[in-house]
Design a protein around this ligand. Structure first.
Ligand SMILES: *Cc1c(COP(=O)(O)O)cnc(C)c1O
Length: 412
């Protein structure tokens, strides 16, 4: 570009570029007009909550108590059909699939469903369909977790960090769950001896500096047990950070109570990794829970699973990630759905995930861009998949492609 242009000429060029950039998001802005979004749906969701509370004869105080939410999870067709209009076929499918795979929905999560939308993305994540029952494709344990478990509650797949499964319970059982084989017919916390064994394993292996407490849902534990686990881990000098894996901020935000936040604030540095899949799940109530955690000093990250019919749309993921940032949750990972038996109807092609990444970079805040990963078989680890930006390399130059698909020469 010539350096001898006048200021007016430079600004004219800048304005033309601005128009070009504005156009680069016009299709997205148009798509938002039709996209269901939790913040916009909130008045309708509050109506749903009113109906559900009336059915259970629950007070506002009951509703805001996570024990009440957990105790009143919807687990039978008889209750479900009172709260959500379902046709005969849907009820039959729930009945049949429910005989093989557990289902349970917290009243809060159920309230996010639009009763008039048969394809509601929240409904697809929590209400069973026949697709699960007839699926013959997947494996029970695609990651071979049973071969990477040095003590019963531990999964170790990496040099310096590991997972401790503290419970098999969840506030809602995701229809796409990757650990279905472990989610039994009963809600079970991991026995104390197994937790002690896991902590001993961490204590005896000095290279472990990062411990992930998950399940099931890591925050199904009571506050006392959470505090005990964090105290034990903080007593191990080589443990640098702790993480909790929990979907309660999505499915039962009432779980994030004052006492839990106080405990967390006493055990920093602590990260909570959650699992939002759709902008409908990002609600004012969820934001309240996330802000509470943030005020306690907890950092939050999000893991999304790319699910056919739920969120396999680059614009849905872009909006989700932008809305997560509004509640101080940093998009961390997008998973390609694994071949878990009963979930094949949710699987996408890997290319779709790469396309999602392509439509994030440049178009929106770098903070809204997670890593897209596939889980390598046999527990060999998360493996990043990226669009290609490096076209070729010469001795002292690169040929690169920008986010807008402009191919440029770059001196090296
Ligand atoms: C995902 C995972 C971790 C954490 O991996 P990060 O890339 O550090 O988030 C640790 N252990 C196991 C077994 C995992 O599956």
């Amino acid at each position: 570009m010539a350096a001898n242009k006048s200021l007016e000429e430079k600004q004219k060029i800048a304005h033309e570029r601005s128009d070009e950039l504005k156009n680069a998001v016009s299709d997205y802005r148009e798509a938002l007009q039709k996209m269901p979004i939790g913040f916009e749906r909130w008045p309708q969701i509050l109506e749903n909550q009113k109906r559900i509370k009336e059915y259970f004869k629950a007070s506002e105080q009951d509703w805001e108590n996570w024990r009440w939410q957990l105790k009143n999870r919807i687990t039978t067709i008889d209750v479900l059909k009172e709260l959500l209009p379902l046709d005969k076929q849907e009820l039959d499918e729930i009945d049949k699939t429910g005989s093989r795979y557990r289902w349970a929905v917290s009243p809060y999560y159920l309230s996010l469903i639009d009763p008039d939308d048969p394809d509601d993305p929240v409904k697809k994540q929590c209400i069973p369909t026949i697709n699960e029952y007839i699926d013959q494709e997947g494996y029970d344990d695609p990651m071979g977790e049973e071969y990477t478990s040095p003590t019963s509650a531990v999964t170790r797949r990496y040099p310096d960090r590991l997972i401790i499964k503290v419970t098999n319970q969840c506030a809602m059982y995701c229809r796409h769950c990757q650990r279905r084989r472990g989610i039994g017919e009963k809600d079970l916390a991991t026995p104390r001896e197994e937790l002690e064994e896991a902590i001993d394993y961490v204590r005896n292996n000095e290279e472990i500096r990062d411990v992930l407490l998950t399940g099931g849902d890591g925050l199904m534990l009571d506050n006392q047990t959470v505090a005990w686990l964090l105290e034990e881990l903080d007593s191990i000098p080589h443990v640098e950070i702790k993480r909790f894996g929990s979907r309660t901020m999505v499915t039962m935000p009432q779980r994030i109570d004052d006492e839990l936040c106080r405990i967390f604030s006493e055990h920093l540095p602590l990260y909570v990794i959650t699992h939002y899949n759709h902008p409908l799940e990002v609600t004012p109530r969820a934001r309240e829970a996330c802000f509470k955690l943030a005020r306690s000093g907890v950092s939050m990250g999000n893991q999304t699973v790319l699910l056919k019919g739920v969120n396999n749309d680059p614009f849905v993921i872009r909006k989700l990630n932008q809305d997560l940032l509004k509640m101080m949750v940093r998009p961390y990972l997008i998973f390609h759905a694994k071949a878990v038996k009963g979930t094949s109807h949710f699987r996408t092609k890997v290319e779709e995930g790469i396309e999602v990444m392509e439509k994030l970079r440049g178009y929106t805040s770098g903070l809204a861009i997670p890593n897209f990963v596939v889980n390598a078989p046999f527990g060999l680890g998360k493996t990043p998949m990226l669009p290609e930006y490096l076209i070729s390399m010469g001795k002292d130059y690169l040929k690169i492609r920008t986010w807008e698909n402009k191919v440029v020469h770059y001196d090296n």
